[in-house]
Design a protein around this ligand. Structure first.
Ligand SMILES: [Zn+2]
Length: 446
């Protein structure tokens, strides 16, 4: 991996950024960079991906004649199935021999979605992940304990190369072996922890079970992503591990982790607009939504060589804020991703995201932050069952009262009637990567 110049303060704005000139450029400059790069990425797709060229032509666009960013709206969206339909390399703009790496989704149903990177793509990814880590407070020389899964999943290597680019020694742990993770965090003196939020919690729990107080460790920064999580879960993790937890966002189809990340202000995730064009649309009609309104996030890659993605529907629900952040960065903010469109449950006509229920459960006295939602159909009616663990040491005689309390709060805060089952401590499976929060047992297609 390459080296970076030492970060310096950007005197004009006082912003402490890894790439001050890029992260604090004016909105006008950003728009100009985006337009230049949009033409280039359209040219790349036009020249090298026949399917893309057809789409661009059919939309009445031509790479060099695009006069404004809004013109891109004429192009239809891309979806995950487009990648599957061209499995494995049909949408790549570079031949296999010119790629530096391939990742893929595990794909529980059907073919996996395959993504690829040139050497240049990997370098830009490392830069953006390094920029994200720096924004969250990681500094050159900090030991990074990386508990994201390595392998086809982009999390592990994505965080790894970003940390290396920043000049941090990395411990490439991957997920699993949770007790050993605790020992190495303490013995090696890790300052930064990268993991999914649910796995960070599993690490906290394993430490507590061994009588180890991670709050006394050197951990100071947590980079948590790959699954939506609530503010309540953030508080839990911070209180139990004794670090400041930051949300990092990314997806393999676009790049991997580091597409967007919180800064120290934590009022949204800065989406790196010099490399991506962000839109929010109405998920039902596809119409663009104004800033501030919640909808589905759509991303166009502006600098990807191997796999240019034009107007990709992420299925993630968010809102965009373009106002200036106190940190001095000018890039827009994605107000925390509340959930995946795919995760949204419709139960008896009520739309609910698992993270909304999580917000009710986590931090409630007597309950541990481990839960699972089970949706079943009885006759014509959907039933939601919330299974949640009691904290260690809570008397089983109080489980019923705890369950009634949760049901009451879910009803009053979300408007849903749910059966609540409080389970003894450690009665639910622990994730070692992305947590499985929902078991939807309703018949498919009904
Ligand atoms: Zn900021």
């Amino acid at each position: 991996m390459g080296t970076i110049t030492e970060p310096r303060r950007f005197a004009k704005h006082g912003a402490d950024c890894l790439h001050p000139l890029l992260e604090t450029m004016s909105r006008d400059q950003l728009a100009q960079v985006q337009l230049d790069r949009l033409r280039k990425v359209l040219r790349n797709a036009w020249d090298h991906v026949p399917w893309q060229r057809e789409r661009i032509e059919a939309a009445g666009l031509h790479p060099e004649s695009v006069a404004g960013l809004d013109e891109l709206r004429r192009l239809p969206f891309m979806v995950k199935d487009d990648l599957r339909a061209h499995y494995p390399f049909g949408l790549f703009a570079r031949p296999k021999s010119r790629l530096a790496r391939v990742h893929a989704s595990s794909g529980t149903t059907g073919k996996p979605t395959v993504v690829g990177y040139t050497e240049g793509d990997l370098g830009r990814w490392a830069d953006l992940m390094a920029r994200s880590l720096y924004g969250a407070g990681a500094r050159r020389g900090d030991l990074v304990h990386n508990a994201y899964g390595y392998g086809l999943f982009t999390g592990g290597l994505g965080a790894h190369q970003g940390a290396e680019r920043l000049g941090c020694p990395v411990v490439p742990m991957s997920g699993g072996g949770t007790e050993r993770q605790v020992a190495l965090i303490v013995d090696f003196g890790a300052r930064v922890l990268c993991a999914t939020p649910s796995y960070a919690l599993a690490i906290a729990e394993a430490a507590e079970a061994q009588g180890i107080d991670l709050r006394c460790s050197e951990l100071a920064v947590g980079m948590f992503g790959a699954e939506p999580w609530s503010a309540a879960l953030r508080e839990q993790i911070e209180a139990r591990i004794g670090l400041k937890a930051y949300d990092v966002y990314g997806l393999s189809e676009i790049m991997g982790p580091g597409v967007a990340c919180e800064c120290e202000c934590r009022n949204g995730l800065h989406g790196w607009e010099d490399h991506f064009l962000f839109e929010v649309i109405d998920p039902d009609t596809g119409a663009p939504l104004p800033d501030g309104q919640a909808g589905e996030l759509v991303i166009t890659t502006l600098t990807k060589e191997a796999l240019p993605m034009l107007r990709y529907r992420t299925r993630d629900i968010t809102r965009i804020a373009r106002g200036r952040c106190d940190c001095g960065r000018t890039h827009l903010r994605l107000l925390r991703v509340t959930g995946r469109n795919d995760d949204m449950l419709i139960i008896r006509g009520v739309n609910v995201y698992p993270s909304q229920i999580e917000a009710v459960l986590v931090g409630r006295p007597g309950l541990a932050p481990h839960y699972q939602l089970v949706v079943e159909r009885e006759g014509a009616l959907d039933r939601l069952r919330i299974e949640v663990e009691a904290e260690p040491g809570v008397d089983a005689a109080s489980f019923d009262a705890l369950a009634r309390d949760v049901a009451h709060h879910v009803k009053s805060m979300i408007g849903l009637t749910a059966d609540v089952l409080v389970r003894p401590s450690c009665g639910l499976p622990r994730s070692q990567g992305k947590a499985v929060r929902v078991r939807d047992l309703r018949p498919k297609g009904a």
